[in-house]
Design a protein around this ligand. Structure first.
Ligand SMILES: NC(=O)C1=CN([C@@H]2O[C@H](COP(=O)(O)OP(=O)(O)OC[C@H]3O[C@@H](n4cnc5c(N)ncnc54)[C@H](O)[C@@H]3O)[C@@H](O)[C@H]2O)C=CC1
Ligand SMILES: O=C(O)C(=O)COP(=O)(O)O
Length: 598
């Protein structure tokens, strides 16, 4: 990847990145003392390469992997296939391995990285979800993590449809009953799918394929995914709807979002209480997106007529699990990706990525951050935090369904373009835009690839200011175009959401939302309110938060002119309850408000 040579640059579809460009373990002494990132880093010595020059590397395959993948690995490395290792056995073996390949059944914990004694260079996850790998620990130990995000999409979608149809027609229960010698034709009368409404929650790779197939079954498909582009939904003939509408109207609900802090237990008592009585639920995503106790209550009360589950919070679930044993629940032991075809595909995809990484090439599916020494980051660190938070904030202001495609970042600095490399900042913008809404982990290694894959076009612009070049950047502005916003004050008439921030006393601050000037430290979470500018507003909101023991860390009011409209920005350490947010919304002078996690 060439260094930033133009301040107006778009993602180039042909751009390739290699490890040596990415300062994975840069030679610190070669960097100028005030470096943000040197414009063109000198080629760096890669520990990966150094290791493999010594001897043929050893790859530990800890879970069953398709044969084609094993054969490919064998052309390059010694391959040790050792399945069902205990955590202790894995920790012992790992010190002799350069790479480790796992599926979802092996926990790659901090202890594994610590036990490797620095030899482990690559962890390959033969599948999509990487919740079983301790990514921060991998990064701290300089270990690259790669996954295989595409080869099992169809298998997962087909399994979702298999569970949907099997559940509707009681296939598993009827099969068990016949094998027990019974013939219960009246007991196992099912429900039809044709004409029923299916809500696909999470309209990514798997969700889209489930939607296509369900339409073929004559179902009316709607989807909820706040970040999916409307044109993709239109092309498949699916209506994008709000979470609320999906819950209220669906006869069937199929889950396909990643497990993130925002989606964890999003199907809880409250969500179930809003569903149509008799709804049927399929989960081929991750067990943790459902509060399993709440699902059990909803099944017992009849809100949920049936559920079909491939994934569980704890895998395998305890044998006495009431959910697994429930007569209206169909279960499979995390089989979504388990077809011969998908496993061959995944095995090849991961073997290629691991071999490439061991050779020192960059895997396009790298998921963790490269090792960047503290010395290099020191000057840029607050701006890294600022850019990521501005992007997180901007993407959360986008209203569901309008998609995020066009993003412009403006850097205002007194430094000359040659003295400031924005690659890391750009990566952080992409990370902030994509991570809250996806299972993809974005870092300097994979940011451009990920943006391109998602159709995100990022334009960077540079404003050169007069003044002292001591400070790398004066302010940064992030704009998302062609969208709708859930906070009207943040968006212009032409559909551009604008947020702007700067670093003050080493801390990231938000300084502008739409056309309103504000000043709030970007810590904790934010409440944005637009209100009629009048006395007593700060007190009213402050009282509601105080009653809830929510600590306000910052508050700022920006207004157009006195006694007209103002935007109040409140930084809070704790997340206020829904009740408190409702009370704030009910204050008469408040015209709109939004709560944002940073
Ligand atoms: N059971 C199994 O064996 C398999 C499970 N999976 C799981 O399925 C899930 C989806 O995988 P892919 O489609 O490949 O990922 P993806 O990243 O292509 O799609 C995920 C979608 O979820 C959306 N999303 C994020 N937050 C959301 C929210 N709060 N509400 C609604 N939608 C939201 C994203 O915008 C994205 O479009 C992952 O958790 C993955 O681990 C994938 C393959 C096999
Ligand atoms: O790819 C995923 O996210 C999966 O859940 C598949 O898991 P597995 O590789 O079958 O253990």
């Amino acid at each position: 990847m060439s260094a930033v040579s133009s301040w107006n640059l778009m993602f180039s579809p042909n751009k390739t990145i290699s490890f040596s460009d990415l300062s994975w373990r840069p030679n610190i002494s070669s960097l100028p003392s005030r470096a943000v990132f040197p414009r063109r880093p000198k080629p760096k010595t890669l520990v990966v390469l150094a290791t493999i020059l010594d001897a043929k590397p050893t790859v530990l395959v800890a879970e069953k992997l398709g044969d084609a993948g094993i054969q490919l690995l064998k052309t390059f490395a010694n391959v040790d296939c050792s399945y069902n290792l205990s955590p202790e056995e894995l920790c012992t073996k790992i010190s002799l391995c350069d790479a480790l390949i796992v599926r979802s059944g092996t926990k790659v914990t901090r202890e594994v990285f610590e036990s490797s004694g620095g030899r482990l260079k690559v962890v390959g996850r033969a599948g999509v979800g990487i919740d079983n790998v301790d990514l921060p620990a991998a990064t701290e130990h300089g270990c690259l993590v790669v996954n295989a995000p595409t080869a099992n999409t169809i298998a997962a979608a087909e399994h979702g449809i298999a569970l949907l149809t099997a559940m509707a027609r009681n296939i598993a229960q009827a099969d068990a009953s016949m094998k027990a010698g019974k013939w219960q034709r009246n007991k196992y009368v099912g429900v039809s799918l044709v004409g029923k409404k299916l809500a696909v929650m999470g309209f990514g790779k798997v969700g889209s394929e489930v939607a296509r197939r369900a339409k073929g079954l004559g179902m009316h498909v709607i989807a909820h995914d706040p970040y999916a582009p409307a044109d993709r939904a239109r092309a498949i003939g699916v209506d994008l709807v709000t979470f609320e509408e999906a819950l209220l109207t669906a006869d069937f609900i199929s889950l396909h979002m990643p497990l993130t802090p925002a989606t964890s237990k999003m199907f809880n008592d409250e969500a179930f209480s809003r569903m149509k009585k008799g709804v049927r639920i399929v989960n081929v995503a991750r067990g943790g997106v459902i509060d399993e106790e709440a699902l059990l209550r909803a099944l017992n009360s009849g809100i949920v007529a049936q559920a079909a589950l491939d994934v569980f919070t704890e895998e395998p679930p305890p044998q006495e699990s009431k959910l697994v044993q429930h007569e209206n629940v169909t279960v499979t032991p995390h089989l979504g990706a388990s077809t011969t075809e998908a496993q061959e595909g995944v095995a090849l995809e991961i073997a290629e990525a691991v071999v490439g990484a061991l050779r020192g090439e960059l895997a396009a599916t790298a998921v963790n951050a490269p090792m960047v020494p503290a010395e290099v980051l020191a000057e840029l660190a607050p701006f890294v935090a600022l850019t990521e938070k501005l992007a997180r904030l901007a993407v959360q202001l986008v209203a569901g369904g309008s998609g995020v495609k066009f993003v412009k970042v403006t850097y205002a600095s007194a430094r000359g373009p040659d003295d400031l490399d924005t690659r890391l900042l750009r990566a952080m913008i992409i990370k902030g835009l994509i991570e809250p809404i996806s299972s993809v982990y974005v870092n300097l290694v994979n940011a451009d690839f990920t943006a391109k894959q998602r159709g995100l076009r990022l334009t960077e612009e540079r404003i050169v200011l007069d003044g002292s070049p001591e400070n790398p950047l004066e302010y940064i502005q992030v704009q998302i175009a062609n969208v709708e916003s859930k906070f009207a004050s943040a968006i212009s008439n032409s559909g551009v959401i604008t947020v702007e921030g700067k670093v003050k006393d080493g801390k990231p601050h938000l300084t502008k939302i739409g056309s309103f000037g504000v000043d709030v430290s970007l810590e904790g979470s934010l409440i944005l309110c637009r209100q009629v500018d009048q006395p007593g507003m700060i007190g009213k909101v402050g009282n509601i938060l105080g009653e809830e023991n929510v600590n306000v860390n910052f508050m700022s009011v920006g207004r157009i002119s006195p006694r007209k409209q103002a935007v109040m920005t409140i930084g809070v350490d704790e997340e206020p309850s829904k009740d408190a947010l409702k009370k704030i919304g009910e204050i008469q002078a408040i015209e709109e408000f939004v709560f944002l996690r940073l």
